[in-house]
Design a protein around this ligand. Structure first.
Ligand SMILES: *[C@@H]1O[C@H](CO)[C@@H](O)[C@H](O)[C@H]1NC(C)=O
Ligand SMILES: *[C@@H]1O[C@H](CO)[C@@H](O)[C@H](O)[C@H]1NC(C)=O
Length: 291
């Protein structure tokens, strides 16, 4: 009897393990990423497939991809700090080097427990940014992992939350708007942004709540890798190949279902958009009129 019970237990473990390996992204962190700062504040678990970043009063922490990428469909699964996180910023972004850099940002702006966490996005091209948009998330991002994705091809950049498009930045080079075209690394970090992040900087980080912890999964990278980001030619031209699935026509525009989802997000969850900020931009930037 004992034997049968342990056989059953064993079978059940094997079943659950295989389920885990079939459904989960089992790429280990250190296959594609490396720690950039706050060394001992970066902890690995689940056989290296999950990472915890933390911040205390002396330091935050961060990591980045080992390679640079010119185009791709990037993602990370993130679970935000689960208590009062006012002033705490979790950033997940792509960035190139140099002073006329390109950058695509997700920034989670922490808040007092029970108050909504804002997700800010920004797009820099040729060193020009100041294109903030903010949405209030429609779920509690501290309760579980959610998938945050960035599509970047020659036609459009789309920020998604759990496959729902929250922002589209089209390639408007035709009307003189810069468009990211330099190879970029993926970066993620947890840091103190209490000079600006929460209530415009009025609500400060409560250090008695430290350490603040965020969790990351999903270290597989769908991108066109450039192994030598230091080479003089920073262009992503060679990444336009149709052999990359994210370059196929399906990804040139949103489909009708995605358009519906996007309009719903715009209507219900956007709480700031630089395109409609007439104090900052008495004349809306050209890309705002060609969306
Ligand atoms: C900081 O957190 C502590 C512990 O929960 C709490 O007692 C205190 O009121 C908080 N301070 C502020 C300014 O919210
Ligand atoms: C960079 O390489 C691409 C092809 O990969 C080429 O089309 C482009 O002209 C090069 N740019 C420079 C500045 O060499």
């Amino acid at each position: 009897m004992q034997y049968y019970i342990s056989m059953l237990a064993l079978l059940s473990i094997v079943f659950h393990l295989s389920f885990f390996f079939i459904t989960a992204d089992i790429t280990r962190f250190d296959e594609n990423y490396e720690i950039t700062w706050g060394n001992d504040r970066v902890l690995s678990s689940n056989l290296g497939t999950q990472i915890q970043l933390s911040m205390d009063a002396s330091s935050g922490s961060g990591f980045r991809s080992k390679l640079s990428y010119g185009i791709g469909f990037f993602h990370l699964r993130i679970k935000l700090p689960d208590k009062d996180s006012a002033g705490v910023v979790i950033a997940y972004y792509l960035t190139s080097k140099g002073n006329k850099h390109d950058e695509l940002d997700f920034e989670f702006l922490g808040n007092k427990e029970g108050k909504p966490i804002t997700l800010q996005t920004n797009v820099f091209a040729d060193g020009v940014g100041d294109r903030e948009q903010r949405v209030v998330l429609w779920f509690d991002p501290t309760a579980d992992f959610h998938n945050y994705q960035i599509l970047w091809n020659q036609h459009q950049i789309v920020f998604y939350v759990d496959d729902i498009p929250i922002r589209v930045f089209k390639n408007n080079k035709g009307i003189g708007v810069g468009y990211p075209s330099q190879v970029m690394r993926i970066e993620a970090s947890l840091w103190d942004g209490d000079s600006w992040a929460t209530d415009g900087g009025r609500t400060k980080t409560n250090w008695t709540m430290a350490p603040f912890k965020a969790h990351f999964q999903g270290f597989h990278i769908n991108g066109c890798p450039k192994s030598d980001p230091s080479s003089n030619n920073n262009s992503n031209q060679e990444c336009f190949s149709p052999n990359y699935w994210w370059n196929s026509q399906k990804y040139w525009t949103l489909d009708s279902k995605q358009k519906g989802q996007f309009e719903n997000v715009r209507r219900k969850y956007v709480n700031y958009d630089y395109c409609s900020d007439r104090h900052r931009y008495p004349v809306p930037p050209p890309e705002c009129l060609h969306q």
